[in-house]
Design a protein around this ligand. Sequence first.
Ligand code: GUN
Length: 292
Amino acid sequence: MPRILDGKKVAQKLKDQLKVEIENIKLKFNRTPGLAVIQVGNVAASSVYVKAKTKAAKEVGINVIDHHLEESTNQNDLINLINELNNNDDVNGILVQLPLPNHINEEMVLNSIAPDKDADGFHPLNVGKLSISQKNDESLMIPCTPYGCLLLLRELNVDLVGKNAVVIGRSNIVGKPMAQLLLKESCTVTTVHSKTKNIESICKNADILIAAIGKPEFVNKDWVKEGAIIIDVGINRIKINEEKSKLVGDVLFSEVENKVSAISPVPGGVGPMTIACLLRNTTAAFKLKNYN
Ligand code: GUN
């Protein structure tokens, strides 16, 4: 039987630690770490994520400042709001939920977030730091989903050094930072994507396979090596019938579960970890500002 990587449980452990840390911060500084959450428009999935992030932040004692803006918000107004938050001492972390409406340039918006308040780790300075920093650099703002994947992997207590790790997907949010993190762990890292030739055979060579392609149940047992560790980043809603739908990952769980040594489920795997890592980054941002 494979080990099921219970993201809910691991995320709860991290949130419990953060809660204690934040209680201590409040006693020491008489201040509360603050997270500004910006959503533009009403993409349904974004609303679900923002709600979950807000709830979790409040649970650990972070002060949440919500800005839900209209779909028609113009780019300058959004950047002006970010500048205000950059200058607000009560705000330690800023998160702009993606995707943004098409009329807004995502890159310009992410560049406008102060790097030391960049709770998502998407600012170019933080992207660069991730690439050149040492392994356990506590000051990094690490993108939350790949960071969550790494913490799940660490739960297994397996030696990652020299392992073949294959990341499926090359997004700025998951695939690219995931590859950086695994490289830092001294894995031999391959990133595959929609244009890769022989993708199946490359994946079949993976000791660690991270699936972040956004295609429901795309990875089947023929892609997977016996005894591999699988982290499934996908969150895809599929229809079962006219009334019902369900969430599935990028991996065909029922087919691969008997072949692998460990696998993260969907839901309840990477999702909760992403949220817990956002709270970690916000707390780290507070500490970086106040403990020096
Ligand atoms: N959209 C999908 N994933 C993410 C994430 O990790 N952060 C933000 N800000 N938006 C997202």
